[in-house]
Design a binder for this molecule. Structure first.
Ligand code: NAI
Ligand code: MG
Length: 491
């Protein structure tokens, strides 16, 4: 049984900023409100951080970076991360419930993240003692030893979206702690609670004050952080448009920047594929988290001989997905995060038929009883979609799948790549040659063959093209929080 009591962190008290280990109000005294995506209830009043609060947090992060934290040995940072992993596990239900209540992720899906979160934090703990430079040969005329030192990049500004708040916070804070950086984290205005609580647990785990700071607020707070001259690196996850603004803002002080942006990922089903396996995976490759997933396989290409059969099978699967309140363990399709996101998704539901797509299932809001308090959209399938339709080109970020027919390998690869995005892709076939060709030729950062959505802290994830740069997961994730110093010693 999943316990669905209210987490202790939702206590009716205003949530303050976390700066230098202290809970503080915004200097302006301003606050904003966060409402439950599922029930519409007020979840919390939160401090609205202005530029002056961001500055305070950055100064705390700088002092911590130069202070006691810089003397923590790798094994000590590892011990802190392992304690954090234990604390997060002990409190996992409450942490996950914060996301369930605030941004509406269905409880069974939220609880399913426990293993991944543990693996991630323990992976980052392992990374802390595995950081190393290299000894390099050189051809300088006199004898000189040359080697590299890996050093933490400094103060990191992290800006995260609302679609996976707890996980995103962990994947930003984890590498910071592993490498000896410090962080000012700006959660999304629709999902601040689990990142705030996660940061408190960092303090409980023995992270010194000032190493992990959280400033809550909306875009303006993020803008102040991304323009702050004393932030060394920005790690961003979110929309492409906001990413571009952050890159521009970061130019003033030439910050290091990693960008984890959106996608319109192709998922390609060949006629020879295991269609029984492909059907649920193709559906959940879009409908998971109500489609609010950056790597969603929203352009579903199906080879012509099995096209209509697969349209019907996926539609039947989609129509059977249980739509319900986030706290109901049976629920698979929860609400969209906000009225704003609903308005955006609705505009595409209207657009599909206008552009000539065939609506096979869904296409509408779901209301009635508890569902009147939030914004549910029925899993939606548009068939006979063509490449130039906006529903096939733009990131919708809702439970909307576009199914497109194709006739050949070359054709489908060309069309799969005809997008400004390049985050992920899927291929379904029993032919290893076809699979390997697709793996090689699809221009995207993750490719899944006869599967969709696997992620692991050891495996890099990130974008080609306008889906961003830098990788999270794998060695590159840690490396993005380090810089390299070349050292020469006369011998
Ligand atoms: P967003 O990209 O604007 O928000 C992400 C984060 O950036 C939030 O913390 C937000 O407060 C912050 N932010 C906003 N403006 C900023 C600025 N000028 N400078 C610095 N930080 C700023 O995304 P939003 O508005 O929540 O959603 C709009 C659309 O973006 C969605 O419908 C979806 O298509 C896309 N999106 C994609 C995500 C992905 O992972 N691919 C995640 C979230 C949104
Ligand atoms: Mg909300």
């Amino acid at each position: 049984m999943i316990e669905t009591r209210r987490p202790a962190f939702i206590d009716g008290k205003p949530k303050q900023l976390l700066i230098d280990g202290q809970h503080v109000d915004a200097l302006s005294g301003k606050t904003f409100q966060s409402f439950s995506a599922s029930t519409g209830e007020l979840v919390a009043d939160l401090a609205l951080a202005g530029a002056e609060d961001v500055d305070r947090a950055v100064r705390a992060a700088r002092a911590a970076f130069e202070g006691p934290w810089s003397r923590f040995k790798p094994a000590e940072r590892q011990a802190v991360l392992l304690r954090l992993a234990d604390l997060v596990d002990a409190e996992f239900q409450d942490l996950a419930l914060l996301d369930v209540i605030e941004m509406g992720r269905p409880i069974t899906a939220a609880m399913g993240l426990r293993g991944m979160l543990q693996r991630s934090l323990r992976h980052f703990a392992g990374a802390a003692t595995a950081i190393h430079g290299e000894t390099l040969s050189n051809s300088f005329p006199v004898d000189l030893l040359s080697y590299t030192l890996k050093e933490p990049v400094g103060v990191v500004g992290a800006i995260i979206p609302w679609n996976g708040p707890l996980f995103s916070a962990a994947w930003k804070i984890g590498p910071v702690l592993a490498t000896g950086c410090t962080i000012v984290l700006k959660p999304a205005e629709d999902a601040s609670l689990s990142p705030l609580r996660f940061a408190e647990l960092c303090l409980e785990a023995g992270v010194p004050p000032g190493v992990v700071n959280v400033v809550t607020g909306a875009g303006e707070t993020g803008a102040a952080l991304s323009a702050h001259p004393d932030v060394d690196k920005i790690a961003f996850t979110g929309s492409c448009e906001t990413g571009q603004r952050i890159i521009a803002a970061s130019a003033g002080s030439v910050k290091k920047v990693t960008m984890e942006l959106g996608g319109k990922s192709p998922n390609i089903i060949f006629a020879d594929a295991d269609l029984d396996a492909a059907t649920p995976a193709a559906a959940m490759g879009v409908f998971n988290n109500s489609g609010q997933v950056c790597a969603a396989g929203t352009r579903l290409f199906v080879e012509r001989p099995v096209y209509e059969e697969m349209v019907q099978r996926i539609a039947a699967f989609a129509a059977n997905l249980k739509i319900g309140p986030s706290l109901d363990p049976e629920t698979v399709i929860g609400p969209l995060v906000s009225a704003k996101q609903f308005a955006r998704v609705s505009s595409y539901l209207d657009l599909g038929p206008q552009e000539g797509a065939r609506l096979v299932t869904g296409g509408h809001r779901v209301t009635g009883g508890a569902l009147d308090q939030g914004h549910w959209v029925a899993p939606t399938i548009f068939a006979d979609v063509t490449d130039e339709m906006r529903i096939a080109r733009e990131e919708i970020f809702g439970p909307v799948s576009c199914i497109l027919p194709f006739d050949s390998l070359d054709e489908v690869i060309g069309r799969a790549n005809a997008t400004r995005f390049g985050l992920a892709g899927g291929v379904w076939t029993r032919d290893i040659g076809k699979a390997m060709t697709a793996v090689k030729r699809i221009r995207a950062g993750s490719i899944w063959v006869n599967h969709y959505f696997a992620m692991d802290p050891s495996v890099p994830f990130g974008g080609y093209k306008m889906s961003g740069y830098g990788r999270e997961g794998g060695a590159e994730h840690i490396d993005a929080y380090l810089q390299t110093k070349g050292v020469w010693i006369r011998t």
